[in-house]
Design a protein around this ligand. Sequence first.
Ligand SMILES: *Cc1c(COP(=O)(O)O)cnc(C)c1O
Length: 421
Amino acid sequence: MADKKLPFSKEQLEAIIENHPTPFHIYDEKAIRENARAFKKAFSWNEGFKEYYAIKAAPNPYLMKILREEGFGIDCSSTAELELAKRVGMSGDEIILTSNDTPAHEFQLAKDMGAIINLDDISHIEYVEKHVGLPETICMRYNPGDLKQGNLIIGHPEDAKYGFTHEQMIEGYLMLKEKGVKHFGIHTMVASNELDPSYFVETAELLFKLIVEVYEKTGIRIEFANLGGGIGIPYRPEEKAVDLKFVSAGIKKLYEEMIAGNGLAPLKIFFELGRAITGPFGYLVTKVRHIKNTYKSFAGLDACMANLMRPALYGAYHHITVVGKENDEAKYKYDVTGSLCENNDKFAIGRLLPKIEPNDIVVIHDAGAHGHSMGFQYNGKLRSAELLLRENGDVAQIRRAETLDDYFSTLDFPGVKDFQV
Ligand SMILES: *Cc1c(COP(=O)(O)O)cnc(C)c1O
């Protein structure tokens, strides 16, 4: 069977662990940069093309800096994420706010920063006008309802809480125009972790159709189309990565026919991908604590679902490498578990692996997006450190692990927060 490779040898990893106790997340800078460049290159035909990295996938300023150097903007969906963008010096159209159920102060912050605001509902037009004042540029999120098949994680569009209906889109553009908005964008996101490349071409077609309709019905020329996030990654070794050249060529053809063909060029193409940008290039490195044999065999790690909750949350597959045993036969069946008092705290169930022993190093793949950032402190579990494997092979700590002091820092109970021996 195909296997997944690691960007470090066993010896390199052991040396890293000497300075940085497990568990930790480690990101591969070289691979992230190469991937970012390939992505940009695939869409270089489109002037103004931009990927806004969905910062919720891995909100670390060191990673943001790398992606910014590669020409990416960021997509925020909360006040804290906007603040992070501000604190690393980002502003203006480097940032998109795609949030939902948004409070006024968040719209205000986005407007103050000059970020592109992407509205999630028609009622937000008057809400923003009243509380903040409408900016000159605005985008709206389209929910195509039953015009588009959903996928597993996001579900059917008509059940999703996001976006405007078709009629609301037309009505929304008319309202915005009347209220003096000058520049318009359109957005949709109807899938998450989708591996079928034609899905994204069809999504572009759906938006391009609407762009033409909006022009015909309102006279508005939409300037950018944000195709959202949702490009999947091959979590399983036998899966294939989405062919970006295929996606780009398909979108280009539609662009020429529907956008340029109707005199609606130039139109800037945006994405706001998270997973496809950093997902495959982050690893959760952990060590085996105990092997337990009862009705099943359990390999208990020093990491738990607080470090990576996708398997427990969605039953998601994450590939596992037992470091140094890559060539051993995978003929032992394990539930690979964490230490949380929740029986779904399992990274894998019934996974065939080489024979595992305490102190083995176990690497969990594809943790570079929606991994560390989904962490939580339930059961008193502390979030782990984040490391960066630099292009020259050096390792930098880009976020320290949480400590008990962090854990108790929000409790103003005498003696608890500032414990004195
Ligand atoms: C989560 C999210 C993304 C990123 O999704 P990926 O699956 O990581 O590509 C993009 N846009 C919005 C609005 C999101 O909520």
